[in-house]
Ligand binder design. Structure first.
Ligand SMILES: Nc1ncnc2c1ncn2[C@@H]1O[C@H](COP(=O)(O)OP(=O)(O)OP(=O)(O)O)[C@@H](O)[C@H]1O
Length: 226
């Protein structure tokens, strides 16, 4: 379970204060696939960054499976994230000098898996996302849809409980974007992992079980858990 209590984020610089999150209370069940929808500047990325521990909220709690991650020390938080979370980004964030299988095995090597096991799991994961024939391709040789599949494989290879995705189809054409969303939904149904997807595109929400709608730092639409 992911839960926030009165989550607030204020960005301050010399001249202005931006109240990006104005007291967010939400719950997301394990295994759920939800979208966070809202216009540009409404606070979606800020919310995702606070939920995933990339950024610290100014006030409030983020509780993930009974742990308030806002109280963890940096090292413990890094560890917690590596073990429990995967990330999918709009522009894939693949490492250009590594080929597909090397990109996917990297998180496993960081977690201390031996090289043979890491390679085996990375290959299995690339097969699962339909890229059996692209194992040795470098990112600049891949289409946008293929690159996003590699980044999905990289996010999922450690079997994290939660996968955060920030505009995962934002850099893809409509057809490729929909096929990436179909893949994400398939993986969600198969592995019972939680997916939280930030988007400004209402079509993406059709793939998710629940919509959390943001506007001006508030959660304006929030269907309660059944
Ligand atoms: N590092 C920062 N410093 C100051 N203000 C920021 C910072 N990051 C975001 N903001 C402001 O906080 C508000 C929320 O931004 P955020 O990026 O969370 O919105 P968003 O809904 O994800 O937008 P988009 O869809 O355009 O990515 C905006 O007004 C933005 O200008």
């Amino acid at each position: 379970m992911i839960k926030t209590i009165n989550l607030k984020k204020i960005y301050k610089n010399e001249e202005i204060e931006v109240h990006a999150l104005k007291g967010i209370n939400l719950e997301i069940k394990n295994g759920e696939m939800v979208s966070i929808l809202g216009p540009s500047g409404s606070g979606k990325s800020t919310l995702l960054n606070c939920l995933s521990g990339i950024d610290k909220p100014t006030e409030g709690k983020v509780i993930i499976n009974d742990i308030d991650i806002t109280t963890l020390k940096d090292d413990d938080l890094t560890n917690f994230r590596a073990k429990n979370m995967g990330f999918i980004f709009q522009f894939f964030n693949l490492i250009p000098v590594l080929n597909a299988v090397e990109n996917v095995e990297l998180p496993l090597l960081i977690l201390g898996y031996d090289e043979k096991k890491a390679r085996e799991l990375a290959e299995e994961m690339l097969i699962e996302v339909g890229l059996k024939d692209r194992m040795k391709s470098f990112p600049n040789m891949l289409s946008g849809g293929e690159a996003q599949r590699v980044s999905i494989a990289r996010a999922l290879v450690t079997k994290p409980k939660i996968i955060w995705a920030d505009e995962p189809t934002g850099a893809l054409d409509t057809k490729t974007g929909m096929s990436v969303m179909n893949l994400i939904r398939e993986l969600n149904e198969k592995n019972n992992q939680t997916f939280v997807i930030v988007t400004h595109d209402p079509r993406i929400t059709e793939y998710t079980q629940r919509i959390l709608r943001m506007d001006s730092g508030f959660l304006t639409e929030y269907e309660n858990l059944g």
